[in-house]
Design a protein around this ligand. Structure first.
Ligand SMILES: Nc1nc2c(ncn2[C@@H]2O[C@H](COP(=O)(O)OP(=O)(O)O)[C@@H](O)[C@H]2O)c(=O)[nH]1
Ligand SMILES: [Mg+2]
Length: 313
């Protein structure tokens, strides 16, 4: 009998789907599977695509996927949209936009439901990418809405992070979130067909010229018109060039270490939270909160008490 892990490694679609559902639901069996898959990961290029809702991320992802397929590369797509429930409009839209790839066995598309996730968004998304990596996909595109800290963290777990901006939409250069500036390896000004796109691009370019290099790489800025598949070839090239630059400079390992350091911290937090929540239920937490609110106990003492109960401190 072939094991679940073996079937994932062989690229079995149902086994992959089941793995992603287990991760989505936070089931314990997911961890066992991920452990078996781990030695087979690290081969795929994981590309994070982040930006405001409606900026054209799904359209871009679809066009990039088409490009990679024409080059003979297989593609995994993970779309994370915390704002919409699994059956919500945005995800349905993604499905429709991407249905051109539905019959292609070289593309695996999955929307992740994130409702009810208490944190852990970045970690679970990374685990989903890890399954697709083990399943042999060459490029994994992770689409995420770049709004909160969690989403920024998702993007940081990618090998290459693409930040999608659009002219107008209040995305004035001055308003660009510092967080997004920091994580971008490649900036895309999508909807370059809109009026004012040129001005927006020039503003952005001027700002990028002043930004310091990171790992010997200055973030690229590329205009695209995703609906017309314009500019996606240079975008795919820039992503490849970035990967090559990181390899060539031997910096990949440094990035890898930093990457795993962040992930270990995330895992530690999750493990600790799990251990504590097994001992401290909602009512015990309420009782502590009441004491703190009444100034009978300071919050540090309350946390120490919770840790002690969980046998950690
Ligand atoms: N004018 C214009 N519209 C675009 C472009 N790219 C995407 N769109 C449209 O923008 C809307 C949002 O696109 P979508 O890919 O779902 O954005 P997402 O929410 O970031 O994934 C859709 O109606 C797209 O057809 C573009 O380059 N130019
Ligand atoms: Mg989308």
């Amino acid at each position: 009998m072939t094991s679940w892990a073996e079937r994932v490694l062989a690229g079995d679609v149902r086994a992959i789907s089941r793995a992603l559902s287990a991760i989505e639901d936070g089931r314990a069996e997911a961890e066992h599977l991920l452990r078996q898959l781990f030695p087979h990961t690290g081969r795929a290029a994981i590309v994070g695509i982040t930006g405001a809702p409606g900026s054209g991320k799904s359209t871009l992802v679809d066009r990039l996927a088409g490009r990679y397929r024409r080059e003979g590369r297989t593609v995994g797509i993970v779309a994370v949209d915390p704002s919409s429930p699994f059956t919500g409009g945005a995800i349905l839209g993604d499905r429709i936009r991407m249905q051109g790839h539905a019959a292609d066995r070289g593309v695996f598309i999955r929307s992740m439901a994130t409702r009810g996730w208490l944190g852990g968004l970045a970690e679970r998304t990374a685990e989903a990418a890890w399954v697709l990596d083990a399943a042999g996909k060459d490029v994994i595109l992770v689409e995420t809405v770049g709004v909160g800290q969690d989403e920024v963290e998702v993007a940081r777990l990618a090998d290459c992070t693409v930040v999608v901006l659009v002219p107008g939409m209040g995305d004035d250069v001055q308003n660009l979130k510092a967080g997004l500036m920091e994580i971008a390896d490649v900036f895309v000004v999508n909807k370059a067909d809109l009026p004012d796109a040129g001005r927006f691009e020039r503003q952005l370019r001027a700002m990028l010229e002043m930004a310091p290099e990171r790992d010997g790489w200055r973030p690229r800025l590329l205009p695209t018109v995703a609906i017309e598949d314009q500019g996606t070839a240079p975008l795919a090239e820039a992503i490849d060039q970035f990967a090559a630059a990181m390899r060539g400079k031997g910096r990949e390992s440094q990035r890898r270490i930093e990457h795993w350091k962040r992930r270990l911290v995330l895992l530690l937090e999750r493990r600790l939270a799990e251990r504590v929540s097994r001992q401290i239920d909602e009512r015990a937490l309420d009782a502590l909160a009441i004491q703190v609110a009444a100034r009978e106990k300071d919050p540090y003492a309350a946390v120490d008490e919770a840790l002690a109960k969980a046998g950690i401190a």
